[in-house]
Design a binder for this molecule. Structure first.
Ligand SMILES: [Ca+2]
Ligand SMILES: [Ca+2]
Length: 245
């Protein structure tokens, strides 16, 4: 009887200990995940899932180094980072969905090049690698041909020389008419494009392109607006990549 009592007591102790350890490990996990998210050097720092991996991004050749001096009088201009852009993290299996996908736009017959060049995989800077569209507000739309969870849009307007493009608005939509849209970037600070007042910064184009976080927004169509640049009134697109799965 006495022995039985000891065995029973010990069993309870062991079971309690196991339960405490299990509870502790359960409650600790989310904290570890958050820790990783905060510590990791990423474009989307603070918004990185525990098992996310850096997305493979191939950059075109840089055409200039340092801060261009030809850009004057642009308000709300982002300071250059002064180092290479940190990696972008996304769930495993996220790739560029845009390459080879059909492109339409506000100008079906551009001044130079054609709209297919936006998704032809060529991101290099020279003449002949970019589409040139006329002045005023213009846009290009990529049809991914089915819905995906989109984590980032990577956009190169022009990177032969330093330039800032105006009214850069990037939207994701499930329908081709962009009725129910998610806007992931907007630096139209005076709402001249009529898509709402944007809070995002102007930025200088480089060979790194502009990487815009999309946080898993669901959509099939991705549209990029612009309205001239700091050197002229025209609109240019070299390449757009859409990372999702
Ligand atoms: Ca291209
Ligand atoms: Ca504007």
């Amino acid at each position: 009887m006495f022995k039985k009592g000891i065995v029973f007591g010990l069993s309870i102790c062991v079971l309690s200990l196991v339960a405490v350890v299990m509870l502790a490990s359960c409650s600790r996990k989310p904290q570890q995940d958050k820790q990783k998210s905060a510590d990791v050097d990423a474009v989307n720092k603070g918004n990185v899932g525990a098992d996310w991996v850096p997305v493979l991004i191939e950059l075109p050749k840089p055409m200039f180094v340092g801060t261009p001096t030809n850009i004057k009088g642009v308000a709300k201009l982002e300071k250059p980072l002064g180092r290479a852009r940190p990696p972008f993290y996304a769930p495993a299996g996220v790739t560029n969905l845009a390459v080879g996908k059909p492109v339409t736009g506000s100008e079906e017959d551009p001044i130079m090049g054609n709209l297919d060049m936006v998704t032809d995989g060529d991101k290099e800077a020279p003449d002949g690698s970019y589409v040139e569209m006329g002045p005023f507000l213009q846009y290009v739309t990529i049809d991914l041909e089915q819905e995906y969870d989109i984590y980032a849009v990577l956009l190169w307007h022009y990177h032969k020389r330093g330039r800032v493009y105006f009214d850069v608005v990037v939207q994701i939509s499930k329908d081709p008419d962009f009725i129910d849209v998610v806007t992931i970037y907007n630096n139209d600070h005076d709402n001249s494009a009529g898509l709402g007042i944007g809070q995002d910064m102007h930025y200088v184009e480089t060979n790194e392109g502009r990487l815009i976080e999309a946080s898993g927004a669901r959509g099939r169509y991705v549209r990029m607006y612009s309205n001239g640049n700091s050197s002229n009134d025209l609109n240019h697109y070299i390449e757009v990549e859409v990372f999702g799965k």
